[in-house]
Design a protein around this ligand. Sequence first.
Ligand code: UDP
Ligand code: MG
Length: 331
Amino acid sequence: MDSLTASDVQDDVHPEQIQLSVVLPVYNEKGNLRPLAEELREVLESEYDHWEALFVDDGSTDGSYGVLRELHEEDDRIKVIRFRGNFGQSPALDAGLDYALGEVVVTMDSDGQNDPADIPRLVDKLEEGYDCVSGWRSDRDDPLGKRISSRFASGLRQAFLGTELHDYGCTLKAYRRPAAKDMDLTGEMHRYIPALLSWHGYRIAEVEVNHRPRTAGETKYSWQRLPKGFLDLINVWFWQKFSGRPLHVFGGLGILSMGIGSLAGLYAAWLKLTASANLSETALPLFAVFMVMIGVQFFLSGILADISIKGYQHAKNEEPYRVRDVLDHDR
Ligand code: UDP
Ligand code: MG
């Protein structure tokens, strides 16, 4: 059977009926799901008339899906999207944001580290006129090593991305529908959401939120993920800076380098002709050839980058995940 896509199942529903969708990526969180779902239901029931909680099972192998199915059978406002495999937290968030029906969409971790009681505060802030309100874990409940690496990563992001947030990594965020629908999250992109949105002109605010220790299961991120996250950061930064016309950047560098190489070559030829120096003892000819070659490489890279960006834009409708089942009475 072909995989379902968001648009296949969304066609005949009425998004205006649901005020709030909560999206929760799940990867092996069996022990955390029921207590969290109960907390979440209590908060949502007291605050909103029409809501849905969308759990995205990102290929769990610990029986999380069984628990989610039970939760859905007990309360059909709890809905489940089950991936065919483990695609990662970003694709899981992407799927949840794609499927969400609410006017406002909140994302949060499914391990209980984010506190459902913070949701109304984020939504209130959103109503002050923002498109995205991001949680700031001012008092983080993670081991020291993790807090340090996360501080370091936040500093790097600030330096590269130019958006001024205290905390980029917090999953607990609230979005207005247009912002929620205007993101393609692949790789480790969930770490850069505020930058991606503010580059597109969305207004972002930050609100301090509670952060709790994990009570069951294990963290899915170790320090080995840092280099991957860093590469994605460079990628996001580069994308923002140069995606318009990479050829303009690479081509300029290429021309500069070829120019310097050619001048060095001409100078070397002049020296040779006037026999005023023994060229074989200088590095000048080698330098000239080297610079011209580098220049050609830059130029070709620019052309390749242009081609691949066009290809990317063309293929952009491709989702970064595959869905196995959807548990949702509305769809
Ligand atoms: N997660 C996911 N797919 C993954 C890794 C993580 O859906 O490949 C989910 C995980 O179940 C949790 C959230 O993403 O709800 C954050 O993961 P985790 O708690 O391990 O990260 P940490 O809080 O340690 O940074
Ligand atoms: Mg966690």
